[in-house]
Design a protein around this ligand. Structure first.
Ligand SMILES: Cc1cc2nc3c(=O)[nH]c(=O)nc-3n(C[C@H](O)[C@H](O)[C@H](O)COP(=O)(O)OP(=O)(O)OC[C@H]3O[C@@H](n4cnc5c(N)ncnc54)[C@H](O)[C@@H]3O)c2cc1C
Length: 387
């Protein structure tokens, strides 16, 4: 017989108030809040061999801090999120910039006035000049339904093909005409020369990296962390009053209605014998004949000083870890069926990007986890009052 999970040598079964599945932002924040604010005893597990979820970073063999699951840049407009995370990290100011290789030039993306001037040999001087120019190229679409419609409507077919069509086909394995309009709604165009990728009020990286931040978050004797442990293998063995689940929702229900479709990525991390490889943190390659979508160089993000540099190529893939929910109406409908099951499952709290089948940035997951904790507390208080 298998020994009870977390059993002390006496053989008695350890009791936990909460079993938390997934040590990414969602699971780790709930572990931290529940332990520090309510004194709950937590078992936090992750099937990967480390904490931090997709934000995990580590020093590679060459001593460079890199992000195992692709570059993670922190940005937010929420003071609450910054205040919360600042308990566990100092920050290094960092504004991300991205260039796209188009017609042999490296030009800013999102498309801005500099992009237009460089690409078309123009001399647009003001926001109005750029807005007029974009308007002159736009090809109005009456009923905007797809990603293609959004972009063609805003900037016309030539810019659409140069910047969006090839990139999107690679990223999603689908043509923009097959994708929901919400996908490209995330990529604005600008008429000024602001070349920052994000415009949020707070843009910074955890000074010592994400993993160091997670370690501080979980440094509480009430939190027991076990990595390399899959929920499916131990669910019968753990004695816990409540489950917090931040893994894939379809997997929790044994794919009862079928698999929720995801797009994945393969990361090719390389250390190069040069101080610097590219002028900015990320360079995008929208051309359809280049197999990867982008190259990122971590020293821009971390400010690390070293004689070598580490870069990551991203190759989109249909197979592999679930990274991006594929935004199509039928997939949302499938998720809604799982969500209804989740709502009808007592004793389990579903939280995080995989349990809610949406692409969220890190700050949004921090906000979601803090809100989930507040709701759990309110529910517990109501239950005490009713008793
Ligand atoms: C390539 C890429 C780049 C990104 N870049 C950015 C960025 O620049 N800025 C930004 O703000 N956001 C970025 N994000 C989004 C960011 O990764 C997420 O917002 C964040 O990781 C969500 O945290 P989470 O806890 O919900 O999920 P995760 O970090 O995925 O954590 C969930 C954890 O649950 C574990 N798990 C799942 N099932 C089980 C199981 N059965 N048993 C045990 N453990 C299990 C998984 O191993 C995983 O570690 C990026 C995402 C990707 C894919």
């Amino acid at each position: 017989m298998t020994a009870p999970f977390g059993a002390p040598p006496s053989g008695a079964k350890a009791h936990y108030d909460y079993l938390i599945v997934g040590a990414g932002f969602a699971g780790s924040i709930l572990a931290e809040r529940l332990a520090s604010q309510t004194g709950a005893r937590i078992l936090l597990i992750d099937r990967r061999p480390h904490i931090g979820g997709n934000a995990y970073d580590e020093l590679n063999a060459d001593g460079i801090l890199y992000h195992k699951y692709g570059p993670h840049i922190f940005h937010t407009n929420s003071d609450q999120v910054v205040d919360y995370l600042s308990q566990f990290t100092e920050w290094r100011p960092y504004e991300h910039r991205v260039l796209a290789v188009v017609r042999g030039q490296q030009v800013p993306i999102p498309i801005n006035r500099t992009t237009l001037n460089a690409l078309f040999g123009l001399d647009l001087k003001t926001d109005d000049d750029a807005a007029d120019y974009l308007a002159s190229r736009a090809e109005p679409v009456d009923d905007i339904q797809t990603s293609e419609d959004v972009v063609v409507n805003a900037v016309g077919r030539e810019l659409y093909e140069l910047f969006f069509q090839g990139y999107t086909r690679k990223q999603w394995g689908l043509d923009p005409s097959e994708l929901d309009k919400s996908v490209t709604a995330r990529i604005p165009t600008r008429t000024n020369t602001d070349d920052r990728y994000f415009t949020d009020t707070f843009q910074a990286m955890p000074r010592d990296g994400y993993t160091a931040m997670f370690k501080r978050m979980l440094d509480n004797p009430l939190i027991e962390v076990r990595t390399g442990v899959d929920y499916r293998d131990i669910r019968e063995q753990v004695d816990a009053d409540h489950l917090v689940y931040s893994g894939p929702i379809d997997e929790y229900f044994d794919f009862r209605f079928g698999k929720l479709p995801y797009r994945s990525l393969k990361f090719d991390h390389q250390t190069l014998d040069e101080v610097s490889h590219q002028p900015v943190g990320t360079v995008n390659y929208p051309a359809p004949d280049v197999p990867y979508t982008r190259i990122s160089e971590y020293k821009h993000l971390t400010g690390q000083d070293a004689p070598v540099t580490t870069i990551t190529y991203e190759y989109p893939s249909a197979e592999g870890d679930p990274y991006y929910p594929i935004p199509r109406a039928e997939n949302q409908a499938l998720f809604k069926r799982y969500e209804a099951l989740a709502d009808a499952t007592p004793g389990v709290t579903f939280v995080g990007r995989l349990a809610t089948y949406r692409y969220y940035n890190m700050d949004q997951i921090v906000g979601q986890a803090l809100a989930t904790f507040r709701r759990m507390q309110e529910k517990a208080e109501t239950a005490v009052e009713a008793a």
